[in-house]
Design a protein around this ligand. Structure first.
Ligand code: GLA
Length: 378
């Protein structure tokens, strides 16, 4: 009888223990009791997200509390792009970005400026002169004015600028954008980097302390693209262009080849041979749950799928710790606050972030937090 009773007591104790340990795991990203990504990784790098102005309007909103709890570096998803900041040649719209920069400053958050030049989300006026094409001189002058006006306004307050975005194409050649078509090899030195160089030089003159980044996608998976980026940046550094680092956007799929990813980061890291304090940033991390291109019916979120999702995120964070320990990286930004607002919900429900559409913390979030507890791996 006593033996029987003690078994019941032990079993009940185990159940209580189990319930307590389940209950001790916070559910929502904004809860005081929730672990914090930026706190967990503070010995390695800042952790951030792309957000929108409405996320930070009300400091008591769940979105804003999530931001303040989880992140210490922020990017605006769209509101600091050329089409929004500078839609007409003689008019700038700074209000949203001003508020964003104030918010970052008041909360000890690193502000990123994204992006000064891009082939997309850019107004047409940059490229026209009346009914015809603008001359190379005119485009270069407009680039100087645009970059100088914006970077000067935020001097000392925006820490990092994505000066140019996506200048290498899918075929790994320099993207044939309107910038490239109209400016070309203006200085006749045999390369076509002139519009990029002009933007970096103007940004550096406007704020010599800002970190200036060249940002692109697929660098982690395509070694052709990484090598092309390496060659372009090497040539520009040798010509004295003030580029401080390469941004890896990292819009990746579910499942990543760790060794290939590491090799591609090393290609870019070797720019340190030319500029010893050259850096790498992760600027737009998310994990697409669908194959790129055509979307099939909604993906089935099964156990193995979730395990792979978690492993994808943890392996990225593991590699970023290694790069940080080599002094190469101090910032990892995710592209969105939660699943519900991700750009990847295009035509189907997607699940690319560590925080779900109800701001609940996923198992992958907790696995990434656990990864921060693993130390001394080198
Ligand atoms: C690119 C851009 C970002 C954003 C994403 C997804 O990666 O750099 O600004 O537009 O695409 O939309």
């Amino acid at each position: 009888m006593i033996k029987h009773l003690s078994r019941i007591i032990c079993a009940s104790a185990a159940i209580v223990l189990l319930l307590t340990s389940c209950g001790s795991r916070a559910k929502y990203a904004y809860e005081d009791a929730a672990p914090s990504l930026c706190e967990a990784y503070k010995d390695w790098f800042r952790v951030g997200a792309a957000i929108n102005s409405w996320d930070i309007e009300d400091p008591n909103s769940e979105n804003c509390r999530t931001i303040l709890k989880q992140f210490n570096v922020l990017t605006m998803e769209n509101e600091s792009k050329p089409e929004n900041l500078h839609p007409e040649e003689d008019r700038y719209y700074f209000d949203k970005f001003d508020s964003f920069v104030d918010f970052c400053e008041n909360n000890g958050i690193r502000a990123r400026g994204h992006t000064l030049l891009w082939h997309s989300q850019v107004p047409d006026w940059f490229f026209h002169d009346g009914a015809g094409d603008a001359s190379a001189e005119l485009v270069l002058q407009r680039i100087r004015d645009h970059v100088t006006t914006i970077v000067t306004r935020y001097k000392g307050r925006v820490d990092t600028w994505d000066v140019v975005n996506e200048v290498i194409g899918d075929d790994s050649s320099l993207r044939f954008s309107e910038w490239l078509r109209l400016v070309g090899d203006y200085d006749g030195d045999g390369d076509d980097y002139d519009y990029i160089e002009t933007a970096f030089i103007a940004a550096h003159e406007a704020d010599p302390d800002a970190r200036l980044i060249i940002n692109d996608y697929s660098l982690e998976t395509s070694s052709n693209k990484a090598i092309r980026m390496y060659k372009a940046v090497r040539k520009m550094l040798e010509d004295g262009v003030p580029i401080d680092g390469v941004g890896f956007q990292m819009h990746i799929g579910n499942g990543i080849d760790y060794d290939a990813m590491k090799d591609n980061f090393e290609i870019i890291a070797s720019l340190r041979d030319i500029k010893p304090d050259f850096v790498i940033e992760v600027t737009e991390l998310d994990v697409n749950c669908y194959p790129w291109g055509e979307a099939p019916a909604d993906v089935e979120i099964t156990g193995p799928f979730l395990k792979q999702f978690s492993e994808t995120y943890t392996s990225v964070f593991r590699l970023m710790k290694e790069l940080s320990e080599e002094g190469l990286l101090d910032s990892v930004v995710m592209w969105g606050l939660h699943d519900g607002v991700s750009w990847l919900n295009n035509g189907h429900r997607n699940y690319p972030m560590l925080i779900d559409r109800g701001l609940e913390l996923k198992d992958a979030f907790y696995d990434v937090i656990d990864e921060a507890r693993v130390r001394g791996q080198k």
